[in-house]
Design a protein around this ligand. Structure first.
Ligand SMILES: *Cc1c(COP(=O)(O)O)cnc(C)c1O
Length: 428
């Protein structure tokens, strides 16, 4: 595995807030902060270790509440410089937590059902959170080009963030994505490269690029900046708890692509408990995949620890990662918290998108159809407890995946502009 070391003597003097070091998720070995992502000792993935603020939780809570309406209110818990909010960035996050009473009635949930709606982010997906953190790392390490391998949403988020930060961007996607995602990835003026292959081919290509002189000075947000990037997902956990009145939900339903988001939501929840910001009580995390790409759900159901890669074939393209890097960690978390990993087929995904739209006025992309569909399936199976407080994530905007619902959605009638014509249509 290629390990890039650009920053050298500045490693120990980086102003990335409370970030103290990188630590290996497998062997625990610690390394100085830098643009590295794999352990030199065991090749395990690295993550950020913190010196988190100690002291009075009430004071920290007040400080957060007085902060900006974006992820930067949590800057004291993120690997970013203290003045991060003053730099040109997209200020993502603090998206709405929708109390979904209509959907709850439909699904028979009595304990309180919420949709965390990340379609409200600047480029209309959760990816703005992770990219915002990666940009700060890129700045700290002196990278001049921002890049990524993407299933679609990430490419748009990187393009937009780079444009705003004044960096060059060059992003890579499978060539056959939805038009909404391709256009959004290109419109910000950076370079967009379509690759003839799956996301896993794109990812492999990017790893090659990093090891090549061409990739020098390039920050791949989800490869060599991955430890920083991944931390952005913690903000989903922070926001959900703050919006519930500094309380842990009982159950969360989270989509899985690489599995990074799910593992960092768990990390965020554990941090809030450790800091005394929420009361420590049990929570369960449920993972959601599309049947056409469900290697983690398969492993969970089979009781395996190893996730066997698959070749994706699903309309939920943003989740179509056949070889999810964080798959084994997701299995650990689902099992440790008493959750589960479940999948739904393409028809169920479309039904769930329409169900959420019809009941709550929230138009989700296919990934949101996956989480809502899995929620319904798990309730019907008696796995998810309808008497408990449940938060379902919608991580993207339905306008990006119109193709999924367009064939079965449209006008009730097309009429001439007069009353007779309207009467004839049977809608009066
Ligand atoms: C990227 C993405 C996710 C989750 O990705 P992970 O790789 O599991 O962190 C979820 N939903 C949408 C819409 C995404 O684009």
């Amino acid at each position: 595995m290629a390990v890039q070391t650009v920053a050298t003597d500045t490693d120990t003097d980086l102003s990335l807030g409370p970030a103290a070091a990188l630590s290996c998720r497998e062997c625990g070995e610690r390394f100085p902060l830098g643009p590295v992502f794999a352990c030199e000792a065991c090749f395990g993935p690295l993550e950020i270790a913190y010196d988190l603020p100690g002291g009075d939780p009430e004071e920290l809570r007040k400080r957060i509440e007085a902060g900006p309406d974006s992820i930067w209110r949590y800057a004291p818990l993120l690997p970013v410089p203290a003045d991060v909010a003053d730099k040109p960035n997209l200020n993502p996050g603090f998206t709405r937590l929708v109390r979904a009473d209509n959907l709850a009635r439909e699904l028979g949930v009595t304990g309180g059902l919420y949709v965390k709606d990340d379609s409200g982010n600047p480029t209309h997906s959760f990816k703005d959170r992770v990219v915002a953190i990666a940009v700060e790392a890129a700045r700290a390490f002196g990278f001049t080009t921002l890049s990524c391998s993407s299933t679609g949403n990430l490419a748009g988020a990187v393009g937009a963030a780079a444009a705003r930060a004044g960096l060059r961007s060059c992003v890579f996607i499978p060539h056959d994505l939805e038009q909404g995602k391709v256009v959004m990835a290109a419109v910000y003026g950076g370079d967009l490269v379509g690759i003839e292959g799956t996301y896993d081919d794109v990812n492999r290509f990017c790893s090659e690029l990093i090891g090549d002189p061409i990739g020098e000075g390039w920050g791949f947000v989800n490869v060599n900046l991955r430890p920083y990037y991944a931390e952005g997902s913690k903000t989903l956990a922070y926001e959900i708890c703050e919006q519930l009145g500094w309380r842990l939900p009982d159950q969360l339903v989270v989509p899985i692509a690489s599995g990074s988001q799910l593992t960092k939501i768990d990390k965020g929840l554990r941090e809030l408990i450790a800091l005394g910001l929420v009361e420590d009580r049990p929570y369960k995390i449920f993972g959601a995949q599309a049947e056409g790409c469900s290697p983690v759900a398969r492993a969970f159901k089979d009781g395996h620890d190893v996730v066997r890669p698959v070749k994706p074939d699903t309309i939920a393209k943003s989740l179509a990662i056949g070889n999810p890097a964080d798959g084994p960690y997701v299995l650990d978390i689902a099992r440790r918290t008493g959750g589960a990993v479940e999948d739904v087929n393409d028809g169920e995904i479309v039904d769930a998108i329409k169900l959420l739209a019809r009941t709550e006025g929230v138009f989700a992309e296919t990934a949101g159809g996956v989480t809502v569909g899995v929620t319904r399936k798990l309730i019907e199976a008696g796995v998810l407890d309808p008497t408990l407080t449940t938060v379902v994530l919608n991580t993207g905007d339905g306008l990006k995946t119109l193709d999924a619902v367009a064939p079965t959605t449209g006008p009730s009638a097309i009429i001439r502009p007069n009353l007779d014509s309207f009467r004839e249509a049977g809608l009066a």
